[in-house]
Design a protein around this ligand. Structure first.
Ligand code: ATP
Ligand code: MG
Ligand code: MG
Length: 551
């Protein structure tokens, strides 16, 4: 099966193979290990791996680790885990930091060709000299240093003679270019910092705009697919490949970023949410990270289906987060067992049911997938129902339990509410009901009808469980800063998590972390791998059952 239906990147690849420009397709997924992957990265992964696979080509996983200040081996490991979990296998694994020596040589080559110089201006001065969209830039007073002097200074930069920020190496292109990216971009900076891979070997590090094209060329990447904000950097990308005399000439192609409503999609912001304690880690189920979504209960299939549905184009509008939910419902519908769980328990005593008696009722595991078979659920004199399924003074058209009303207990009997027990504060703490043995489910009883069916769990055998219900983490529709000077942190939903203590059916006792279920009427849930213990099951709600969203 094709991974990627026709799109403009695929068309370029077809043309390049037909014209003989390339014999095979090589792509790469190049994360910087400065955070955990998010759903936006999933799009890049799916495009890069999917397209190469459609042509029997290759995809590299390359850690773009050229900034020691922000990178960490923890991130490297999580990225590998997430790519695999999403269902992709890289043909080769590379670290950009393994090319530092090669990159240094290419920088020296630029100096020797008179195309790079060491600049003593400060970062602020460089910014000032760069000009604006309407104003041309100004040459640095150090721009005309001799090749010999530049070579010597660059070696000294490498040798650790200077402090951070004291000097940089800049490409010598054109300070008057209408494209600001070409106004002598900085290509090396000094950073006395320990690198997760190269340790203290280097104290100068290449900048992204210089390093990335070299990495692609060194690896023989044919199509370097990146997000649209790099469009203006393409001339610089091509300049670097050409002037550094790289043998292989990769082509940069941009596509529109994936954005999803009610969340933020930037590692910097996600890190802030973690560091400032808004969430309990990168894998908090409210995070749009792959690890957070996995912990919440999303499946790789649902993420892949969602991303494919968003297509490949140059535009980057925000996709409705409900579309993501649609795909996980679709994926889980036939796969996972259905069961009953009570998230806000209210005790019900069935006064005419014999004391001490317990019966096992038959229930389908998944009525939409009969192959999953049947389960047994105990029933006895005492059960729990949802507090929300009872009202003392119901409005019109309330068909659940209220004094004198009869409802069906799913898979069991009709019960009728006879008496309300309240505590000293007047809160309803227990209901006394009667049942009708004639009405047992599956017996074909047609004597009378009830309008409401509610779920329940037998009290003596019920397994205590914690339910974690989630609301969007970000309330603003796009989650971006607005013009009132607010930041995205002002849009964090203070009520994005509700924790409730309830009960589940006894046959759920053996559930393992990451097991998924549909709880009747409540939606799809995942057994939380972090908080679940041998004594307590913790369920994350993945998604409720219904949505108005249509593809
Ligand atoms: P962020 O802005 O979240 O920090 P990034 O682009 O800096 O993301 P990288 O580690 O450089 O993160 O990303 C690896 C690859 O994933 C890049 O090719 C990048 O373009 C792509 N990518 C990142 N975010 C998205 C997104 N929202 N949609 C599609 N692709 C993305
Ligand atoms: Mg990046
Ligand atoms: Mg970034």
């Amino acid at each position: 099966m094709e991974n990627q239906t026709s799109n403009f990147i695929k068309d370029i690849m077809i043309k390049d193979l037909e014209s003989g420009k390339h014999e095979t397709i090589v792509t790469r997924f190049p994360p910087e290990p400065n955070g955990y992957l998010h759903i936006g990265h999933a799009k890049s992964i799916i495009i890069n791996f999917g397209l190469a696979d459609d042509f029997n080509g290759k995809t590299h996983l390359r850690f773009d680790d050229t900034n020691p200040l922000k990178e960490d081996i923890e991130y490297v490991n999580s990225i590998k885990e997430d790519v695999k979990w999403l269902g992709f296998e890289w043909d080769d694994l590379f670290f950009a930091s393994n090319y530092f020596e090669e990159m240094f040589k290419r920088a020296v080559l630029l100096i020797k060709k008179g195309l790079a110089y060491v600049d003593d201006l400060s970062a602020d001065e460089i910014r000032e000299y760069r000009g604006t969209l309407t104003e041309p830039g100004k040459d640095s007073p150090y721009r005309d240093r001799s090749i010999e002097e530049n070579l010597e200074l660059f070696e000294k930069m490498r040798g650790g003679v200077y402090d951070n920020g004291q000097k940089v190496l800049r490409a010598k292109i054109d300070m008057k270019s209408p494209n600001i990216n070409l106004r002598d971009p900085v290509i090396y900076r000094i950073a006395h910092a320990t690198h997760h891979n190269t340790g203290d070997k280097w104290c100068i590090y290449p900048m992204y705009a210089f390093a990335h094209p070299l990495e692609d060329a060194i690896e023989g990447v044919t199509h370097s697919i990146c997000t649209i904000e790099f469009e203006d950097q393409r001339p610089l990308y091509n300049w670097v490949v050409e002037q550094c005399e790289m043998e292989s000439t990769p082509q940069q192609i941009e596509f529109g970023r994936l954005n999803v409503t009610n969340t933020v999609m930037s590692k910097r912001k996600l890190k802030q949410l973690v560091d400032e304690g808004f969430v309990d880690g990168w894998d908090d189920p409210r995070m749009p990270t792959i690890s957070g979504m996995r912990r919440k209960g999303f499946t790789p299939e649902s993420i892949r289906d969602f991303v494919r549905e968003t297509g490949v184009s140059k535009g980057s509008g925000a996709v409705d987060s409900q579309m993501l939910e649609h795909f996980v419902r679709e994926d889980l519908k036939l796969k996972v067992p259905r069961t009953m769980g009570i998230i806000k328990p209210l005790k019900v005593v069935i006064t005419n049911y014999p004391e001490g008696q317990i019966e096992l009722l038959d229930a389908e595991i998944n009525p939409e997938n009969p192959d999953m078979g049947m389960r047994k659920i105990p029933f006895s004199r005492e059960i729990y129902i949802e507090q929300d399924d009872f009202m003392e003074n119901p409005p019109n058209k309330y068909f659940r339990l209220f004094p004198g009303n009869e409802v069906r207990l799913k898979h069991a009997y009709f019960i009728k509410c006879e008496e309300i027990i309240k505590d000293a504060k007047g809160e309803v703490v227990e209901l006394h009901c009667t049942y009708d043995p004639e009405t047992k489910s599956g017996t074909g009883f047609t004597g009378r009808k009830v309008k409401g069916t509610i779920h329940w769990v037998e009290a003596a055998h019920a397994v205590p469980a914690e339910f974690r219900l989630y609301e969007p983490l970000i309330l603003d529709k796009t989650g971006e800063e607005n013009d009132e000077g607010k930041t995205f942190l002002d849009h964090v939903n203070p009520q994005s998590l509700e924790v409730l203590q309830g009960f589940v059916e006894p046959n759920m006792k053996e559930s393992r972390p990451q097991d998924k279920f549909q709880f009747f009427r409540h939606g799809y849930f995942n057994v939380d791998p972090k908080h679940t213990t041998v004594d307590k099951l913790v369920f994350n709600r993945i998604v409720s059952l219904k949505s108005s969203f249509k593809i």
